[in-house]
Write a protein of this length. Structure first.
Length: 644
């Protein structure tokens, strides 16, 4: 019915979305539930009835002078609270046995007051929301619009010749059934629960919209609208930069993006930008940190006079500075389907956004620059946008995790020319690609173990501003020191873990089962102690390891169960991570695992110092040699590896 009446895909999508919302309003009942921040999960009508009875007997006792009934009613309140807590505990444990871990964790967090929400309101008016909206759009490039339409016109013939991907209805139906119902609805008003519950009924119409969008290389306008909810970064925001933009986009569009994300990822070769460790399977922050440390330690270990300079680069709102026309060209150069390139171009241009604070909504503005952080495709598009940001000198390495970038300069014989030129090339690349370097937050750290005291390092200037040199820097959650010791990092982590032991004790007072206590310990305490541990635990000193183990012993007394020591956890994780790297030939660390001629053991990495010997990759090889995997097919033999 709607297809025959609609002029184009924009009109058809608008009508279809409006019709779905109308049916939802007419058929789905709504209920308003009032909750209070200090309301405990075990509060129910039995406790309220007991409290009301106690109040009544107290008032009666004041009139008669006999407080015996009030005393009995007070005991009744205590019994009601005790019984209600018992029922709440049984509910939480039953959710664990039923496999409903989300509800179980929600109950545990409520019981222990773990990570309470900040409910401080934002006082705003229309002037404030409009000012925020203009601030979030400050990276708009005026020249981008003309370049966009010029590219679209020039490539129209090529786009029409290329084949286009289409989705089957069962694929869209399966994607709708996987929608997270807890996510907020976007500007179109369609909720995730509606899509999930009515996947069979809605799959047909959305399949038609998705395929029509790909054929025309046009994204429906209603799917390109965004609502920004500003969230304060601190308790007392003093500037517009203290408000973090949380972008709400269409849930239907997120389903569309997830389907396209798999297609785009499979179309890009695995060898593209191997040192980008974010948004890729079998990659994590642990891999990025381990690669940075291994590159540093390997160079320092080669020769006594070697040292490494690390430049930790910070960008200003990296996602918001993507120029769609330049991204279009890069995607074409990577071999992506031309029609998909044009679709991405339309997806990133002509986007409208508003800022909403409570009931106050700003005026709508149109954006033609950047990728919204609330979109599923934005991280992947950013990684492809920066895929050509690579080192231009063999002695340098550029490691990336999303927009966290590290430039490693391996210095030998005090020759820093290549490193200085690399920094200059990076600044030039950022200028060409409209990425703005935040020089104030960009820091440099020097790893130098030379005994001589003559360490006259050349200062670094980016765009005329000096870069500060620091002794320690927090990179991807790990505090890296210039001497590559981990006392500062472990001190911070143990402090966090001790704070979370309070919540473990609260659960103990609530008398939950030891199995539940163990689950909470694993997620809330052990997760802090072992965060990225394969990258740093091997080089930690005995004193720091004892400090970590003290926290575990305290948790053992609280849980009344035996917990594994950190050394066993570290060895197990090294072995597991190494096994995963072996299965991934595109992983940068895969080439370090080479079999001996027997095919059962791996060659160890030559290490002159204990620092390199105790780092992740040598330790992982030793762990694999103790329990080798069944089969391997690696044949490459690097020159820096010797037989074990």
């Amino acid at each position: 019915m709607f297809r025959a009446c609609a002029v184009d895909i924009n009109e058809f999508t608008e009508v279809a979305v409006s019709f779905v919302n109308m049916l939802a309003e007419e058929t789905i009942p709504t209920a308003r539930v009032t909750t209070f921040p200090n309301q405990k999960p075990w509060m129910d009508r039995s406790i309220r009835a007991a409290v009301n009875a106690r109040t009544a007997t107290y008032n009666a006792g004041l009139a008669t002078g006999d407080m015996s009934a009030y005393k009995a009613a007070s005991y009744g309140v205590q019994r009601a609270v005790r019984d209600a807590k018992h029922r709440c505990r049984e509910r939480v444990e039953s959710r664990f046995h039923q496999g409903d871990t989300r509800s179980m964790w929600h109950g545990l967090r409520t019981i222990t007051d773990y990570k309470p929400r900040d409910t401080a309101p934002i006082n705003a008016d229309s002037a404030f929301t409009n000012e925020l909206n203009q601030f979030y759009a400050r990276f708009e490039v005026s020249q981008a619009t003309n370049a966009i339409y010029r590219l679209t016109t020039e490539d129209s013939d090529i786009i029409s010749e290329r084949p286009v991907t289409s989705f089957a209805e069962h694929d869209v139906r399966a994607a709708l059934r996987r929608v997270n119902t807890r996510k907020a609805a976007g500007p179109d008003g369609i909720t995730g629960r509606l899509l999930r519950c009515c996947a069979d009924q809605l799959a047909g119409v959305f399949t038609y919209i998705f395929n029509k969008s790909l054929v025309k290389s046009v994204v429906p306008t209603c799917f390109k609208r965004s609502t920004i909810i500003p969230v304060p970064k601190n308790s007392k925001p003093s500037s517009l930069n203290d408000y973090r933009p949380v972008v709400l986009t269409s849930v239907v569009m997120k389903v569309f993006e997830r389907l396209l994300k798999n297609i785009i990822s499979s179309s890009i070769p695995d060898t593209t930008d191997p040192l980008q460790f974010a948004y890729r399977p079998n990659r994590s922050t642990e891999d990025a940190i381990a690669h940075v440390l291994h590159t540093t330690l390997s160079h320092v270990d080669k020769k006594q006079g070697n040292y490494v300079r690390m430049l930790f680069v910070d960008y200003s709102s990296a996602f918001n500075t993507i120029v769609p026309s330049r991204l279009f060209t890069k995607l074409r150069d990577l071999g992506l389907n031309s029609r998909l390139c044009a679709w991405v171009l339309d997806f990133l241009t002509g986007r409208t956004q508003v800022v909403r604070v409570g009931r106050c909504v700003s005026d709508s503005i149109t954006i033609n620059t950047g990728a919204p952080q609330g979109c599923v495709l934005s991280p992947l598009l950013y990684s492809l946008y920066t895929s050509d940001c690579v080192a231009t000198h063999g002695s340098n390495t550029i490691v990336k995790f999303a927009d966290d970038t590290v430039v490693l300069g391996a210095i030998s014989n005090n020759d820093e020319a290549a490193y200085m030129d690399e920094v200059k090339n990076l600044a030039s690349w950022c200028q060409d690609n409209h990425l703005q370097l935040n020089v104030g937050k960009t820091k440099e750290l020097v790893v130098d173990f030379r005994r001589s005291q003559h360490r006259d390092y050349k200062p670094i200037f980016i765009n005329g501003a000096p870069v500060e040199r620091v002794q320690s820097f927090k990179y991807l959650g790990v505090h890296i020191s210039s001497d590559l010791t981990w006392a500062a990092h472990i001190q911070v982590q143990t402090k966090k873990a001790r704070q979370r032991l309070y919540h473990l004790r609260q659960l103990r007072k609530f008398r939950v089962s030891p199995k539940i206590l163990r689950i909470f310990y694993t997620g809330a305490v052990e997760g802090i102690l072992t965060q990225n541990m394969t990258a740093w635990f091997g080089n930690s000193c005995v004193k720091d390891q004892k400090a970590l183990q003290t926290v575990i012993r305290t948790a053992e007394r609280c849980c009344r169960i035996a917990l594994p020591p950190l050394q066993d956890t570290y060895t197990r994780r090294c072995r597991t991570r190494a096994t995963q790297i072996l299965k991934d030939p595109s992983h940068p660390g895969n080439k370090l695992f080479q079999l001996l001629q027997s095919g059962r053991r791996f060659r160890i990495i030559r290490a002159r110092t204990e620092r390199l010997k105790k780092s992740f990759y040598p330790q992982a090889i030793r762990a694999l040699n103790q329990h080798p995997p069944p089969t391997h097919t690696h044949t490459h033999t690097p020159s820096h590896i010797i037989y074990n």
